[in-house]
Design a protein around this ligand. Structure first.
Ligand SMILES: [Fe+2]
Ligand SMILES: [Fe+2]
Length: 130
């Protein structure tokens, strides 16, 4: 069972966001079966990918004058700090903590964030930028 199953219903209708989300889901789903070494590399990739993806989403929010951009940006920042914190602890040997975080928190966070902030943001982008 993948942590998050990618289906068309997960798409929000803005290609740049959907491509990034699809990639996020792919990396996320490859984590549980990875060896510790692979897991560490994949986790770094996921963090780097998230930084880029959030920056891209934020640029789209700026271009479309999204009214609650600050709230969405703050949530991105919160998750990036969380990823950094988990990565630091993982590098000190807390593999199980990192694995549990991916399994129990990050997957649920992704779906929730997609269903709330990203969904609303994408609808706004489509309305204003077409
Ligand atoms: Fe997103
Ligand atoms: Fe977002």
């Amino acid at each position: 069972m993948p942590l998050v199953e990618w289906t068309d219903e997960l798409a929000v209708g803005v290609p740049a966001i959907d491509e990034a989300h699809h990639e996020f889901v792919e990396i996320l789903n490859s984590l549980p079966a990875a060896s510790d070494d692979e897991f560490r590399k994949l986790f770094s990739r996921l963090a780097a990918h998230s930084r880029e993806h959030f920056a891209e989403e934020e640029a789209l929010m700026e271009r479309s004058s999204f009214p609650v951009i600050e709230i969405h940006k703050a949530e991105h920042q919160r998750v990036l700090s969380e990823l950094e914190h988990i990565q630091e602890r993982m590098e000190k040997g807390e593999m199980e903590l990192a694995r549990e975080y991916v399994r129990e928190q990050l997957s649920a966070w992704f779906v929730l964030h997609r269903n709330t902030m990203d969904y609303v943001t994408a609808a706004h982008i489509q309305r204003t930028l077409g």
